[in-house]
Design a protein around this ligand. Structure first.
Ligand code: PBG
Length: 333
């Protein structure tokens, strides 16, 4: 194909009129590509604001149902439910994770019975339940891999029993996807999907989330660097993704989002599987801070960011802006 040269080639011709810009647009946004993360707490009629995440709150289950209703109304296909557990219920091994009647399981049951067609995603990881805030059980300074994986399998089965559609291991232990797949199948949950946090980095951008779920304020000297990935690496992310796919992952998450678009683009082009970007709490907080100062235009920035994920290859995006995006897209119709 000859690309010609100026003045024969004028790139701006296609951009001159709105109809033409529409014709040549390579990507389009849809509320079909959104997963909305929501935080749940105990109690009734409770809504607590989260300081570093303006507009995002923790909701008691009855209020969570109102959010789920909104998701359905806005055409958002799925929500992800994250529990914020009372400190008095946490222990070193996160034993509450293995209780089929814990907060997250009760929340899943309530949402599933009210809105059976709304997809529900649950994290599999111990951090909301451990008193140290790590994603696994510890021995001295080590996060134990195999012992943790066994507990994660139990956690996944309880969540699937409660009605969770997509199990999302976010712990970054080795071998957990295969183990969870086998455990789910043994328990009769062969249709429950696994969306693996395959390339999850040890990132500073999770700060506001840890505040939201009240976990991980003091993780020790190395933080989560012995299990989450080094931001320096992207070949390693491809290795992680290959392993999770081989172990049976149905979808893979790349996390955080915008700072790791290169990893997302590589993942999509190298594997051609469903890739999900997680626009994490710190990315949300950063943008909200700029909006509050009048430094960035809220609507345009939110949509442009979503477009960046789509362009880079994301099939879906976990984002706290999900309802805003869905509303904006409905208005544009
Ligand atoms: C738990 C988990 C985290 C996030 C999702 N699941 C925090 C962490 O790994 O420390 C972060 C989400 C966000 O920042 O929005 N394993």
């Amino acid at each position: 194909m000859s690309r010609g040269q100026y003045p024969n080639t004028r790139m701006r011709r296609n951009r001159m009129q709105a109809f033409s810009r529409r014709l040549v647009a390579e990507n389009r946004l849809s509320s079909d590509d959104l997963i909305w993360p929501l935080f749940v707490i105990e109690g009734k009629d409770q809504t607590e604001a989260i300081d570093a995440m303006p507009g995002v709150s923790r909701h008691s289950i009855d209020r969570l149902l109102e959010q789920a209703h909104q998701a359905v109304e806005l055409g958002i296909p799925a929500i992800a439910i994250f529990p914020s557990i009372d400190a008095s219920l946490k222990d070193p091994s996160g034993s509450l994770a293995q209780d089929g009647d814990n907060l997250v399981c009760r929340a899943v049951r309530a949402v599933k019975s009210a809105y059976p067609e709304l997809g529900i995603v649950c994290d599999v990881a111990l951090d909301p339940f451990t008193d140290h805030g790590h994603d696994g059980v510890m021995q001295a300074d080590e996060i134990l891999n195999d012992e943790t994986v066994e507990i994660l399998c139990e956690q996944a089965i309880h969540q699937a029993n409660a009605g969770c559609d997509i199990i999302a291991p976010s712990d970054m232990m080795d071998g957990r996807v295969a183990a969870i797949r086998a455990a789910l199948d043994d328990a009769g949950h062969h249709n429950v999907q696994i969306m693996a946090y395959a390339a999850k980095y040890a990132s500073s951008f999770y700060g506001p989330f840890r505040d939201a779920v009240k976990a991980g304020a003091s993780l020790g000297k190395f933080g989560k660097a012995t299990y989450q990935m080094d931001p320096a690496n992207s070949d390693e992310a491809m290795h992680e993704i290959a392993l999770d796919l081989a172990e049976g992952a149905d979808l893979v998450i790349i996390k955080p989002g915008l700072p790791y678009l290169d990893v997302l683009a590589r993942a999509k082009s190298e594997f051609g599987v469903p890739c999900v970007a997680y626009q994490v709490s710190g990315e949300y907080a950063m943008q909200c801070a700029a909006f509050a100062n009048g430094w960035l235009d809220r609507e345009r920035t939110i949509l442009e960011t979503m477009m960046a994920f789509r362009r880079a290859g994301a099939d879906a995006v976990l984002t706290y802006f999900a309802p805003d995006i869905a509303k904006l897209l409905h208005q544009q119709r």
